[in-house]
Design a protein around this ligand. Structure first.
Ligand SMILES: [Zn+2]
Length: 422
């Protein structure tokens, strides 16, 4: 593979052209580069994407879950396929690179393989997964989730703020919801491997001046809804030493959660995103406060310990203020490790091209989480300017994207020839 690998020279200009074209499909009434799932700009952009896939020589179809799939036929019909791709929807007020780089980068990799006359043994599938970003229905990764058999009939009953169900939104977008729940091609036909190129969405690679990150795992997310029950009193007359102030207990919890994140031995983050008093009066000692927090990590041991440690500390501190606490934990995402052989192939492919890399955890969720249940999974990260993402300033230099595509294309060639041990 070495001779071919060194000839790989993805075009930053072509990547810029594609990315600029795709960015023009945006909601004019929203800030940034908004192209949310089920929106008109998203619908229009998908037509463009299918055309671009065809122009790159792929055979295109849309599966029952709304995933756009471009196939490049391999020499061995029926051999499990190598899969790559990502998503092209954005968050409200989002940027141009999140997800997009993985789909357009895959197309550029395909063009490179064709230009260099590289014939793979296996089919190569480029997938633009339906609706990866979190949405009003509270369910991210719609297309990859469905593919993994993790989209349920109950999920279709979820509603957005207008009361529209997810099932109705599927129908309105031309997707039969029951067919989406039942999509099973990826479970019927074994897949060989999945490798996704993505922007880092954090500052590590830029700070370390490295062009590539090989993802070790995708963080598990534990969410906490805490309810602090104290006693509502007149804020002017109840003495300080005789209060059961639910807000103070919640404030202590906010700091305890921050300390937990700061004390993580590996990659770990802990964030409180909302604290809300039941009373909106300016002169009442808060009697009831609700707090939402989340803890994320790729360190399973630390993550599983957070519930216990934080539970004990928050309970003990609250009771010292005479406040009761109800803690409701839920697992939003299980921690998913990247396949070690896929990591090794991505790393050795980068090294063979003299591209420096580092092992890196992903704090954000990706389609790769769901694809990991279907095939050995890996991800390659490229730098994000200032670590910014999910905002209009999100940026990655086109030359950096081209380097990522080089590593992706070389890795796909090597994956094609790899027999997994596990
Ligand atoms: Zn993404």
């Amino acid at each position: 593979m070495k001779p071919i690998g060194h000839k790989l020279d993805p075009s930053a200009e072509r990547l810029e052209w594609d990315l600029t074209e795709l960015s023009s499909f945006r909601d004019p009434d929203r800030s940034g580069w908004t192209r949310e799932v089920f929106s008109d700009p998203y619908r229009q952009s998908r037509q463009w994407m299918a055309d671009r896939m065809r122009a790159a020589g792929l055979e295109v179809h849309v599966d029952p879950a709304g995933n756009i799939i471009g196939r490049r036929a391999g020499k061995q019909p029926g051999a499990p396929a190598v899969v790559t791709g990502s998503h092209t929807d954005t968050v409200d007020g989002g940027g141009r690179f999140d997800g997009v780089v993985g789909v357009l980068g895959a197309l550029e990799a395909v063009r490179q393989l064709t230009e260099l006359d590289v014939q793979l043994n296996r089919d190569l599938l480029v997938v633009d997964f339906l609706g990866e970003e979190s949405n009003d229905f509270g369910l991210s990764c719609l297309g990859s989730r469905a593919l993994a058999g993790e989209l349920t009939a109950a999920d279709l009953q979820r509603t957005d703020r207008t009361g529209t169900t997810l099932g109705e939104s599927f129908s309105g977008f031309g997707i039969d919801p029951s067919a989406a729940v039942g999509v099973d091609w990826a479970r019927r036909t074994p897949l060989h491997s999945y490798l996704e190129l993505h922007i880092e969405q954090g500052p590590t690679l830029e700070q370390r001046q490295l062009p590539l990150g090989i993802v070790t795992g995708i963080a598990g997310i534990e969410r906490l809804l805490a309810t602090f029950i104290g006693s509502a009193d007149h804020a002017g007359t109840r003495p300080m030493g005789d209060r059961q102030d639910a807000m103070v207990a919640a404030a202590e919890a906010v700091l305890a959660i921050r300390r937990e994140g700061c004390g993580a031995p590996n990659h770990g983050v802990a964030t409180t995103t909302r604290v809300e008093a039941a009373s909106h009066s300016p002169n009442v000692v808060p009697g009831l406060v609700r707090m939402m927090s989340e803890v994320r990590s790729v360190d399973a041991k630390w993550l599983s310990g957070t519930r216990r440690r934080l539970g004990q500390e928050i309970q003990a501190t609250a009771s010292s203020y005479g406040v009761d606490v109800d803690l409701a934990w839920s697992t939003d995402n299980e921690l998913v490790q990247a396949n070690e052989e896929v990591q090794e192939i991505a790393a050795s492919s980068a090294a063979s091209l003299d591209l420096p890399w580092t092992a890196i955890p992903s704090g954000a969720t990706h389609d790769a989480v769901h694809m990991a249940s279907l095939a050995p999974m890996g991800m390659i990260f490229i730098p994000s300017h200032n670590g910014k993402s999910h905002c209009p300033e999100e940026w990655t230099d086109y030359a950096d994207i081209a380097v990522g595509v080089r590593a992706l294309a070389a890795s796909l060639i090597n994956l094609d020839q790899h027999a997994f041990q596990t």
